[in-house]
Design a binder for this molecule. Structure first.
Ligand code: C5P
Length: 208
């Protein structure tokens, strides 16, 4: 069983994907980490993110064993990842790893921006998780405050709006809900309610 979870930054799709994977006993791939790792490697190698040749070269030799690096989840890395993710050759270099992960038995949960549309168009269940930019910014702001970061709600809202625009406005595999994906709007939901709703949608799809 392949489950595709897509959605914008801070929609809660990562937490949901991990919970869903545990529930169904499946491995989970956070595909954002691949783009984050490429950006990390480019910068660590002393290259610029607008050096397309270098970025593509790093994407082609990405070592998936380095995806558990905690540094990948730092806020600035998400921004950098979103910049390298717009390059079509970067996307194609990372595609086969994602598809091979999805093909493993007994299946997998993948979360990202283009899982239902490009990586796994034949997934058994697809969910597009969303929430208003204001609610996503509110959640992110609470997280950052708890980590002691001096960032304002307005700054986070700005970053979220810019990232949404970049991810959905690019030509190559833009973020969008697949035609056959269920929409899960978590604006008014806590994680437990969102998880229950997601499991219900998956069971409905897979028992059809
Ligand atoms: O989900 P996360 O915030 O870790 O993703 C970082 C960036 O990687 C996104 O903003 C997006 O540009 C890119 N990405 C993508 N396709 C995916 C997953 C992530 O383009 N499947």
């Amino acid at each position: 069983m392949i489950i595709a979870i897509d959605g914008p930054a801070a929609s809660g799709k990562g937490t949901l994907a991990r919970r869903i994977a545990d529930h169904f006993g499946l491995p989970c791939l956070d595909t954002g980490l691949l783009y984050r790792a490429v950006a990390r490697d480019v910068l660590a190698g002393g290259f610029r993110l607008d050096d397309t040749w270098a970025v593509v070269a790093f994407a082609r030799c990405l070592d998936p064993a380095t995806l558990d690096d905690e540094g990948l989840r730092a806020p600035g890395v998400g921004e950098a990842a979103s910049r390298v993710a717009g390059i079509p050759e970067v996307r194609s270099a990372l595609l086969e790893y994602q598809r091979a992960f999805a093909r493993r038995r007994p299946g997998a949960v993948l979360d990202g921006r283009d899982i239902g549309t490009v990586v796994c168009p034949d997934a058994d269940a697809k969910i597009f998780v969303t929430a208003t930019p204001e609610e996503r910014a509110r959640r992110r702001h609470l997280e950052r405050q708890a980590q002691g970061e001096p960032v304002t709600y307005e700054q986070i809202l700005d970053l979220i709006r810019n990232r949404d625009a970049r991810d959905s406005g690019r030509d190559s595999a833009p973020m969008r809900r697949a035609d056959d994906a269920d929409l899960l709007d978590t604006t008014e939901m806590g994680i437990e309610a969102a998880f229950d709703a997601a499991v219900g949608l998956i069971l409905r799809k897979t028992s059809q």
